[in-house]
Design a protein around this ligand. Structure first.
Ligand code: 13P
Ligand code: SF4
Length: 434
């Protein structure tokens, strides 16, 4: 099976049948670096609005734009050999095959956060993922380590749906409604919980307000932690992860109002807010929003016995119709655990799905979505950018360093440490920062 990148090129050239969400995906990502306004680039996030002030990636030097895949491969390998243990390359499961092959650690966002902690002797952490992941690595890593994002345009449209000003405005309104005093059991009115897919500023906000970070692999444990300390939770930015997780824990849907930051009281009346257990920010992932119940119905009709596994960023009806939902790590482990040849239909990013299909040829593994549509921002990392930042390191130059201001990093670290220390079933125990 060819890589997603090769498949997209072949489809765009008319050499094979198939559909992509944008023929522009076949171009080099550098063609979009100098666009008049920052953009998420071609792919499934392109209709989302990128905030002003998002990092801009300058023009990648010509030598990397014009190099063949073989030349880039040789340059990356030579630079990695020259750097040895001075550099560690981290790769998220959603990275293209042409990049992930150089990663020293491949994992989900939780595993990569731990990996950033695991190599304190490396001078540089090159993060092949998206901006919020690199920020997290900077917060968790030692002060003298530099974290590098090979392409600064690799953001996350969902993370950008909650900004610190809107969250502060929301918080003011919630404080006005609920007050600030704990109840008889010592539970404060609201605990803020931010998904890892958020800016460092929001993680800092959570650290300062008794809150915590979660990833898709520990969202239930974190909500349990939060319910032990608060009467209700404000969950941002992903409404779907919040809703799917809280629903599985028995929170009724009528106690999960949505907070629309453009409306007073988030678009809710007082009675709705009074009954709230989880207030869900109006954010979503444009990649996971593509999965539908119709696709699941079709997979079941065409592949009797198929097992449908989806990521909890998918909308609730999709999660409900699937056989299992969990983080990227959960999906990988569920497939690894299948002892008999099985057909799997997967609802998560296509690079990961295709890699699993290659890794487990004894199973039939395919994406629920027939349209080839990678996460547009993960896809902005191309081997050309990796070669560029690694060769600069060999020369002693650090480019595209992601640095979180100390005033933000300190409280963000508190919220991250609470997450790293949280364990299922230990919600009532007091952990770091309490
Ligand atoms: P994981 O936490 O499962 O790695 O997911 C990160 C992400 O961005 C999913 O869209
Ligand atoms: Fe963000 Fe969605 Fe891409 Fe994950 S898949 S990085 S949530 S846009």
């Amino acid at each position: 099976m060819s890589s997603v990148d090769t498949t997209i090129r072949l489809i765009s050239a008319g050499a094979i049948a198939g559909e992509t969400c944008s023929p522009e995906l076949a171009k080099g990502p550098w063609e979009f670096d100098l666009a008049p306004a920052p953009s998420y680039g071609p792919g499934s996030s392109m209709s989302d609005v990128i905030p002003t002030g998002s990092p801009r990636q300058g023009q990648l030097p010509e030598v990397y734009r014009t190099a063949s895949a073989d030349e880039l491969d040789a340059r990356i390998r030579a630079a990695k050999d020259a750097l040895g243990d001075r550099v560690v390359v981290l790769g998220h499961f959603y990275q293209r095959d042409e990049v992930v092959r150089y990663a020293d650690f491949v994992g989900d966002s939780y595993q990569l956060a731990n990996a950033a902690l695991a190599r304190p002797e490396a001078e540089a952490i090159v993060f092949c993922g998206v901006h919020f992941m690199a920020e997290t690595a900077d917060i968790l890593s030692a002060a003298d380590q530099s974290v590098i994002l090979p392409n600064l345009a690799a953001g996350c449209s969902m993370a950008d749906m909650a900004d610190i000003d809107s969250v502060l405005e929301c918080w003011e309104q919630l404080e006005a409604r609920y007050g600030t005093e704990p109840d008889a059991e010592g539970r404060v009115p609201v605990i803020p919980v931010t998904y890892m897919n958020s800016s460092a500023a929001l993680k800092g906000f959570c650290g300062e307000h008794g809150g915590i970070v979660c990833t898709s692999s520990n969202a239930a444990t974190v909500l349990e932690w939060a319910f032990a300390r608060g009467q209700r939770v404000l969950f941002f930015p992903d409404q779907h992860l919040g809703r799917n997780t809280a629903k599985a824990m028995g929170v009724p849907l009528e106690n999960m109002p949505m907070w629309n930051p453009r409306k007073p009281l988030g678009g809710n009346d007082d009675a709705t807010l009074d009954a709230a257990r989880v207030i869900l920010w109006h954010g979503f992932c444009s990649v996971h929003k593509r999965f539908t119940v119709d696709q699941i119905d079709r997979a079941r009709a065409e592949h009797p016995g198929v097992r449908v596994l989806v990521h909890p960023e998918c909308p609730m009806p999709v999660v409900d119709a699937a056989d299992g939902a969990g983080s990227t790590d959960y999906i990988g482990k569920a497939i690894a655990a299948a002892t008999e040849p099985t057909t799997f239909a997967i609802g998560t990013e296509i690079n990961m799905v295709n890699r699993l299909a290659q890794q487990y040829p004894q199973h039939e593994i395919f994406s629920l979505d027939p349209v080839v549509c990678p996460c547009s921002t993960m896809y902005r990392i191309h081997p050309g950018y990796l070669a560029w930042v690694l060769e600069a390191l060999v020369r002693g130059e650090v480019i595209n360093r992601i640095t979180v201001d100390a005033a933000v990093a300190a409280p963000a670290r508190v919220a991250l440490d609470r997450m790293l220390a949280a364990r299922p079933g230990q919600a009532a125990e007091r952990v770091i920062g309490d």
